[in-house]
Design a protein around this ligand. Structure first.
Ligand code: HEC
Length: 301
């Protein structure tokens, strides 16, 4: 075979190997928008430096000095544009969740401390402008009302978000909607969160093979994902007949260990009954033997 073929093979296997060793670090869409409610100030950056030196410097080195630890994957210098170009929410998510060998700081640093470290990192990122926390405060208490319908033609669940303002209701654009379907043991998230369009709609593809109850009913709930906690909770719950009708017995309809007494597995009932019989057999045997001793005594007299 020709040499280019081998080279191609080598490149592909190297990439695959690197990918296996260091899978991509994806930040969920609904986390990217998270912003700090504290205004980043030089003072805050100074406090952030203290936290950084204690928790991050051992791997990431001193920003701009490129003296990060020589480990794989490389921690890199956090003053670089590859970090600077990320949104605040992305940095916050990465610091919060970590990725081996980087520890998760969820329980090591408080949310405020994580933002404080970010403010220190931001002091190295040229052209960075902090999203205005004031603006977020202005939108605090946004009231959103959700409703949902099934669009048969598009085979999509359409979730509509309406914002209730002083001037009256209007379509809520840019709300991140998460859709859940109720299963036996809780809610299962359907697909990725979707952001509402200009008309306030977010459409979720409906998988045509999802089982419902006997009548094909499924219970769906949608809610607004709000990592900043600046909105009033908006949730909608509805039962739609769009699942595949399934005549599945309920969990307690068949004999099983976790079921009620009259639905216990036959072997449990048999073993239990046998054990009870054996125990009573011995008790009666012992009583009879004791009575026998008395009889022997009487005979001897
Ligand atoms: C044990 C070593 C270690 C420590 C301690 C550590 N990190 Fe990391 N960090 C890493 C490694 C390794 C990566 C690269 C992970 C990857 O790309 O797969 C990384 C990646 C990151 C990234 C993403 C960089 C990018 O290019 O997207 C950020 C942001 C980050 N670290 C911030 C911090 C902060 C802030 C601290 C301290 C609070 C910290 N790290 C502490 C090892 C560490």
């Amino acid at each position: 075979m020709k040499r280019p073929f081998y080279i191609l093979l080598l490149i592909i296997s190297t990439v695959l190997q690197a990918e296996a060793q260091n899978p991509a670090w994806i930040v969920p869409d609904d986390q990217k928008g998270k912003i700090s409610l504290l205004k980043f100030t030089p003072d805050m950056a100074k406090q952030g430096e203290v936290i950084y030196m204690k928790n991050c410097q051992s791997c990431h080195g001193i920003p701009t000095k490129k003296n990060f630890a020589a480990i794989v994957p490389s921690p890199g210098d956090l003053s670089e544009p590859i970090v600077g170009n990320q949104k605040d929410g992305e940095l916050f998510y990465r610091i919060t969740t970590g990725k081996a060998p980087m520890p998760e700081f969820r329980n090591i640093l408080t949310e405020d401390e994580r933002w404080t470290v970010i403010s220190f990192l931001r002091s190295f990122h040229k052209g960075y402008v902090q999203p205005d926390p004031e603006k977020l405060a202005a939108s605090a208490g946004r009231r959103i009302k959700l409703s949902m319908v099934y669009d048969t033609a598009k085979r999509k669940i359409m979730v509509k978000a309406v914002e209730l303002t002083k001037e009256g209701p209007r379509p809520a654009q840019g709300a991140v909607i998460v859709l859940f379907v109720q299963r036996y043991f809780g809610n299962m998230q359907m697909a990725d969160p979707k952001t509402t369009s200009e008309s306030g709609y977010a459409g979720f593809e409906w998988p045509q093979d999802l089982p419902g109850d006997k009548a094909g009913r499924v219970i769906l709930s949608a809610k607004v994902s709000d990592p900043t906690g600046s909105m009033q909770e908006a949730v909608v719950r509805d039962t739609l007949s769009i699942g595949v009708p399934t005549d599945k017995p309920a969990l307690t309809d068949t004999r099983a260990m976790w079921s009620t007494r009259d639905k216990s597995p036959v072997w449990v009932i048999l073993t239990y009954t046998l054990a009870v019989i054996v125990v009573w057999y011995f008790i009666i045997y012992i009583i009879l033997s004791v009575l026998d001793i008395r009889k022997i005594k009487e005979l001897n007299l």
